[in-house]
Write a protein that binds this ligand. Structure first.
Ligand SMILES: [Fe+2]
Ligand SMILES: [Fe+2]
Length: 221
């Protein structure tokens, strides 16, 4: 019995050790900033996708900037899919929660609801159902009830256009070979993102553990 237990524990240890990828992630500075996260963790495509989060999100934010949107909407566009680097399902909710301690409420709100709004056209602002989703889910797909309920809630909310704006630029932000940089957004980040002095993941915020997971996603425990 004792031997069997020891064997199982050793198997668990070996299995966890194998979760380490052969190529380690690039080193992070001791006090990671949002800029470091973009440059060192969001620049590699994940989940078999053809484009990484950083180029996609910066392209989305560039469009918001060019359209003369409010700085908080530009920041929401910049951060809208960062949650995908933590968890793919319900990335709007994950992403909103991740940044919530550091941004104005309307920014995290917009990130949370952009996920649901993507499924619902709004002719009044020129948003159509994404072609990509026809491919992803099939022609007759209906999103689950909680997505429909989130859309309904957002549609009647004072910040509807904050979230809707993300979806307007989202579909046009998938240029695979476009050079990207966080630099055009550094002033906006400085004004609206409360960078913790200890570094993301090292502060005592409610989501510091999520930043640590993003920084080292294959930690055994
Ligand atoms: Fe998204
Ligand atoms: Fe997106």
């Amino acid at each position: 019995m004792q031997d069997e237990r020891t064997e199982t524990l050793e198997q668990i240890g070996a299995a966890f050790r194998q979760t380490r990828p052969p190529e380690p992630e690039p080193n992070m500075p001791a006090r990671p900033t949002l800029k470091d996260i973009f440059n060192l963790r969001l620049n590699t495509p994940k989940f078999g996708l053809p484009i990484a989060a950083a180029p996609h999100c910066t392209q989305c934010a560039v469009q918001a900037l060019k359209a003369g949107m409010d700085e908080k909407i530009v920041l929401a566009c910049l951060l809208h899919d960062v949650g995908l680097a933590v968890c793919r399902p319900d990335h709007g909710w994950w992403g909103a929660q991740l940044v919530e301690p550091y941004v104005p409420e309307e920014v995290s709100w917009a990130i949370r609801y952009h996920q649901a709004l993507r499924y619902f056209p709004d002719e009044s602002v020129g948003y159509e159902y994404p072609q990509m989703y026809r491919k992803m889910f099939g022609e007759d797909y209906r999103p689950p009830e909680y997505i429909a309920a989130a859309h309904e809630h957002a549609r009647n909310h004072k910040w509807y256009m904050q979230a809707r704006s993300i979806t307007l630029f989202d579909d046009y932000s998938f240029e695979k070979n476009q050079v990207w940089s966080i630099e055009p957004f550094e002033d906006i980040i400085g004004r609206h993102f409360r960078q913790p002095k200890e570094g993301l993941g090292n502060d005592a915020s409610a989501t510091a553990h999520m930043w640590r997971t993003l920084i080292d996603p294959s930690k055994p425990l």
